[in-house]
Design a protein. Structure first.
Length: 197
């Protein structure tokens, strides 16, 4: 009986070896596949800031460990929202990159988002969200200037259009600073100085 079993096994050895090799290859392929990842939204191209369209954003898959806090997931409604500053193609979109309460909360309690128009649009291209600036107000003739708001962070710098029209900045200010900036803006021109830290 043992001889008969060995003959049958001998004839089927190649088939058995092929089946075992295929099973080993399948197991190896399954073990090296990356984890499925998490679908998040990212910039579809380099963005300058401003109002987002559906074409500006694309879903990408990242490993769960690489997903930044506050990343917007696939399916989040972002078309029509305002991006606070420039983004590079492929950069994940997070809640603090969009104008709104979550962006301002990163700067502390009691602050308001204050939009101001800086007279020199070319100079404003040097600024980025997170920069800290002093804002100066000058009279209509440009003869006298004084500090209107000191050490205020830039929350957003929406896309700069025609530099001759100035540039819009969104600052994190106290309500009192916001009132002073509105008054200075109504009576003259605003400029800035950057704090380097």
């Amino acid at each position: 009986m043992r001889v008969r079993f060995m003959r049958v096994l001998g004839r089927r050895r190649r088939l058995l070896a092929a089946i075992l090799a295929a099973a080993a290859a399948a197991c190896a392929l399954l073990s090296i596949q990356p984890p499925p990842g998490v679908a998040v939204l990212a910039a579809a191209r380099d963005l300058t800031g401003g109002r987002l369209s559906a074409a500006d954003i694309t879903p990408i898959r990242l490993p769960a460990s690489a997903v930044p806090d506050g990343a917007l997931r696939e399916g989040a409604k972002v078309a029509g929202r305002v991006l606070g500053g420039p983004m590079r193609k492929g950069e994940p979109l997070t809640d603090v990159r969009l104008l709104g309460p979550s962006m301002l909360s990163a700067y502390g309690p009691g602050l308001v988002a204050t939009p101001v128009r800086i007279a020199d649009g070319e100079a404003a291209r040097l600024l980025s969200p997170g920069d800290v600036v002093d804002i100066f107000g000058s009279d209509a003739e440009g003869v006298q200037a004084s500090v209107v708001a000191a050490e205020v962070p830039i929350v957003a710098r929406p896309g700069v259009g025609d530099p001759s029209q100035g540039a819009l900045l969104v600052l994190a200010t106290t309500p009192g600073q916001a009132a002073q900036l509105a008054q200075a803006q109504a009576g003259g021109h605003l400029s800035f100085a950057v704090h380097f830290r």
